[in-house]
Design a protein around this ligand. Structure first.
Ligand SMILES: Cc1cc2nc3c(=O)[nH]c(=O)nc-3n(C[C@H](O)[C@H](O)[C@H](O)COP(=O)(O)O)c2cc1C
Length: 158
């Protein structure tokens, strides 16, 4: 990966943050956590799911409170988040909207519990004209788990 890359990620419970940290160590890329206003999501998976479903049904994605740097400086953005219902978590959907107009490549990464579902397809479906490349998707309680060799191999192709 001989590119100027930025790692952007949202993490509710820390798993995607850990994965983003591994990718940061492997690449030395700049890294930034995407935040939403406090209280947006309850501290509980099922309750979070209710909020998520309401957001999707109502078309109200949560605002991202993190200020993004000038993306023109980067030719690759690694955009990570948790798998929610086999799909992309709403803060990452909001980030995809913020990234519209970005000319570089966008590489998704995700962490799930046991099933990545249709994360990559959903990411592409919400990416508009962004140039999305193949992502890196790991699970905490099933395979594929995070693996340095696999992550390195993915990063080298970017
Ligand atoms: C609303 C919601 C839906 C979820 N749906 C899935 C799912 O479909 N498949 C899965 O493997 N894990 C699912 N999970 C679990 C998370 O994807 C998993 O714990 C992830 O690593 C959490 O990342 P985080 O710690 O960065 O928030 C869901 C969690 C939440 C809160």
């Amino acid at each position: 990966m001989a590119k100027q890359a930025l790692i952007l990620y949202y993490s509710q419970f820390g798993n995607t943050a850990k994965l983003a940290g591994h990718l940061h160590q492997l690449t030395g890329a700049d890294i930034l956590q995407l935040k939403v206003p406090a209280g947006t999501f309850p501290d509980d998976m099922q309750e979070t799911d209710k909020v998520y479903q309401q957001q999707l049904t109502g078309g109200h994605l949560p605002p991202i409170t993190t200020t993004l740097p000038d993306l023109n400086y980067y030719d690759l953005v690694l955009l990570g988040g948790p798998v929610w219902d086999g799909k992309v978590a709403s803060p990452v959907l909001a980030a995809l909207q913020m990234l519209q107009g970005y000319q570089g490549e966008v590489a998704p990464f995700s962490s799930g519990w046991s099933d990545t579902g249709k994360y990559q397809e959903d990411f592409v479906a919400h990416a508009g004209k962004l140039k999305v490349v193949a992502g890196y998707h790991v699970l905490t309680h099933a395979n594929p788990r995070f693996n340095q060799l696999a992550a390195g191999s993915w990063l080298r192709k970017l």
